[in-house]
Design a protein around this ligand. Structure first.
Ligand SMILES: Cc1cc2nc3c(=O)[nH]c(=O)nc-3n(C[C@H](O)[C@H](O)[C@H](O)COP(=O)(O)OP(=O)(O)OC[C@H]3O[C@@H](n4cnc5c(N)ncnc54)[C@H](O)[C@@H]3O)c2cc1C
Length: 171
């Protein structure tokens, strides 16, 4: 896909990206070795890593991280690229890198609740007067992320359910 749009474009192209290089967010190198120098990595190590990745990517495989191994993954990939919409060999420069940092978006290991958003004690009984929704509550998805909205949707819904339960609206 990168080739289709010409070199120097980051998908979804054509999106201006030069400002991200200038700001230092996006690292650019004409060769893998140059990129490695810029991000403080071992140039030979980066080349080995990419060559190993390419060996499998030619067949649409990513044994290390399993990119494109789930239908959710694939729905976010490039449908024009076969056999795996999420994996292609990395061959032609310029090459790019971004620094990954830990952030938080949601959790899945919060407080266990029932259908009324009441927090459950160890014995499974609701603790009177204690409700939990949003990131503080255990995700109804059981640790999976099936799609965008799966944190805000249940947060708003169970907030509404909790309010109705507290006010006795269902009685
Ligand atoms: C960049 C980004 C994009 C996202 N995109 C999506 C999306 O597209 N769809 C989706 O469903 N979800 C999305 N999320 C996730 C979603 O925004 C969160 O899951 C959701 O906001 C969590 O709601 P919450 O009420 O549990 O917690 P929060 O929204 O974090 O609310 C907690 C509140 O408690 C306050 N607080 C903390 N400590 C105290 C204290 N001691 N006293 C008083 N107040 C306190 C905080 O200031 C905050 O206002 C995104 C999150 C991020 C960061």
């Amino acid at each position: 896909m990168l080739r289709k749009y010409g070199l120097g474009y980051v998908k979804p192209a054509p999106v201006p990206f030069r400002q991200h290089v200038r700001s230092g967010y996006l690292y650019e190198g004409r060769t893998l070795e140059e990129l490695a120098e810029r991000i403080g990595a071992d140039p030979a190590g980066l080349r080995r890593t990419v060559e190993n990745f390419n060996k499998h990517a030619e067949h649409g495989e990513d044994p290390e991280f399993g990119k494109g191994s789930t239908s959710y993954n694939r729905s976010l990939g490039d449908p024009d690229h076969k056999p795996n919409p999420c994996v292609a060999p990395i061959r032609k420069g310029p090459f790019y890198a971004v620094k990954l940092v830990v952030g938080d978006l949601g959790t899945f290991a919060g407080l266990r609740c029932n259908e009324n958003a009441q927090v459950l004690a160890k014995d499974g009984r609701p603790i009177p007067g204690l409700y939990s929704v949003g990131n503080d509550a255990a995700s109804i998805m059981g640790g999976n992320y099936p799609g965008g909205g799966i944190t805000l949707g249940p947060a708003v819904t169970f907030g509404y359910i909790a309010a109705r339960h507290i006010s006795g609206a269902n009685d």
